[in-house]
Write a protein that binds this ligand. Structure first.
Ligand code: FEO
Length: 167
């Protein structure tokens, strides 16, 4: 059965926009990290930005599979400057909490509408948000617990460069 519920279609379209904004925000954070000489952090954040584009595209394709209209909106301008790499990860984790809230609201709507295919589709996003929050929190915890921030940032920068290379 095709997806006809306009409220749900609009909410899914809004989520595409939020995922693309996430990509933009993480790319902006990557550019900041790069400007600070932290190429490992930059590379990790660039990969995160690509994942966010994939999240948006998953919803884009889902709407098309259900014969519903994709409607793209303007992507908000992301923040461009931070006071430190610690602040970047504080902002990123806060942002992921907001995304989780948004996904939960979408799920609430799908349940309320008894839209079972969308409930099943959204389950992947619910699970993904657990991973997203965890990966940002892990990095933030290391940064915050460091007694020698300079040294830990350098070590982490080397570690994070390995994302997507089996590390
Ligand atoms: Fe697509 Fe990081 O949530």
């Amino acid at each position: 059965m095709f997806l006809k519920d306009q409220e749900l279609i609009s909410a899914l379209n809004e989520q595409i926009n939020k995922e693309f904004y996430s990509a933009y925000l993480y790319l902006s954070m990557a550019a900041y990290a790069d400007s600070m000489g932290l190429s490992g952090f930059a590379s990790w954040l660039e990969k995160q930005a690509k994942e966010e584009l994939e999240h948006g595209m998953k919803i884009y394709k889902y709407l098309q599979d259900r014969d519903a209209r994709v409607a793209l909106d303007a992507v908000e301008k992301p923040k461009a400057e931070w006071s430190s790499i610690v602040e970047v990860f504080e902002d990123a984790l806060e942002h992921e909490f907001k995304v989780t809230e948004s996904i939960n609201k979408l799920m609430d709507l799908a349940v309320q509408k008894k839209e079972y295919a969308t409930i099943s589709f959204l389950q992947w996003f619910i699970d993904e948000q657990v991973e997203e929050e965890k990966s940002f929190k892990e990095i933030l915890d290391i940064l915050k617990s460091a007694d020698n921030l300079q040294r830990v940032v350098s070590q982490l920068d080397r570690e994070l460069a390995k994302r997507g290379k089996g590390g």
